[in-house]
Design a protein. Structure first.
Length: 351
């Protein structure tokens, strides 16, 4: 199907549409959620998905995620939105079981376009081995689409974002910089062809292979990198584990165009609020270029997994990921003991 201008139905694209994390934290400060013993992962550690134990060997992984269009092609948008939602289950080591569509569609959207979005989402649900079992629609002048996903996992095999250990090495599985590229497209600084290539080769790619591969190692922690940027999601990891993380910015795989866009002064609408979220916990070395630091706060849509494994296993994990087609997999940091949570941004020759 030809592109039909989906981005005209949104003011910003993808996970850049998230509410400011500082504003969200302030709004939820008074919310008191009752504790239950069968909730293995809830809201305490800002993890990617909830995990609810049903029996000794079975737990449900539950999540939902929906986004505004970041690209004009409806089928590809559907694929990206679905891959983004499924990623939360993969980050916990789970297997997607069922999915339900979340559709906020403008009345001006044609039936053909609606169908193409849903077909794109269905293609990724099917690829994940899950089944589409329904959904919900509502009229909305700003287009949004995503999924509610339920997965399964053995309780003993849940991988949390809060259990890193000092001495672990951090592996990232996808390039960063897609948030600023989406914004650059909306500002006319990125071509539709360039964004389409990134969407097909990066955003629409499931984290299934990365998830299955990390489960072959002694993975101590994992999160997927989405709307709060690499630094924001790393912050939840170090806070939960009471450790520090050193990130080597020169080892991170970036979209080349994203560095150029930041140098031109382009950034997303939530880049600065993401920076504010982590400001009290980030120490940035003088060896880190401004463009690299800025992309630590760039909101990602359907980003990669950030995985912590013992140092002795890190190179083997990266090698196996690359052999299985995860070409951007790279060692980007290390975990160290710290009396308070901290994220150090530096370069590998200044460690």
């Amino acid at each position: 199907m030809e592109a039909c201008g989906l981005t005209q139905f949104s003011t910003c694209g993808g996970c850049a549409a998230k509410l400011s994390p500082t504003r969200l934290s302030a709004a939820l400060e008074g919310l008191r959620i009752p504790k239950r013993d069968d909730v293995l992962i809830g809201t305490d550690t800002h993890d990617d998905a909830a995990v609810i134990q049903l029996s000794g060997d079975l737990a449900l992984v539950q999540t939902l995620d929906y986004v505004t269009p970041m690209i004009d092609d409806p089928f590809l948008f559907g694929q990206v939105a679905a891959a983004n939602a499924l990623s939360d289950v993969y980050a916990k080591g789970g297997k997607p079981l069922t999915a339900m569509n979340i559709c906020n569609f403008p009345e001006a959207l044609s039936g053909e376009t609606m169908l193409a979005i849903l077909e794109g989402g269905l293609s990724k649900i099917t690829e994940a081995g899950a089944v589409l079992v329904g959904g919900h629609t509502i009229r909305d002048p700003e287009l949004k689409y995503g999924l509610s996903v339920t997965g399964t996992i053995q309780p003993s095999k849940v991988i949390r974002n809060s259990t890193l250990r000092a001495g672990d090495v951090m592996v990232l599985t996808k390039r960063l910089g897609t948030g600023v590229m989406i914004t650059g497209y909306r500002k006319g600084a990125v071509s539709s062809e360039a964004l389409r290539d990134v969407a097909k080769s990066l955003l629409a790619v499931l984290n299934r292979t990365s998830s299955e591969t990390m489960q072959e190692f002694d993975t101590h922690g994992c999160t997927d990198v989405t709307g709060f940027g690499l630094a924001g999601h790393a912050l939840w990891m170090v806070k939960g584990a009471h450790v520090g993380m050193r990130i080597f910015t020169d080892k991170i795989p970036f979209c080349a165009e994203s560095l150029q866009l930041v140098a031109q002064g382009i950034r997303t609408g939530v880049t600065e609020s993401n920076r504010s979220l982590v400001a009290d916990f980030v120490q940035c070395g003088t060896s880190v270029p401004y463009e690299y630091e800025s992309l630590m706060y760039d909101p990602q849509t359907s980003g990669g997994l950030l995985i912590g494994v013992p140092e002795r296993q890190a190179e083997s994990l990266v090698r196996r990921l690359r052999e299985r087609g995860v070409a951007d997999a790279a060692i980007i940091g290390e975990v160290f003991e710290s009396p308070k949570p901290v994220i150090e941004l530096t370069s590998s020759n200044h460690r």
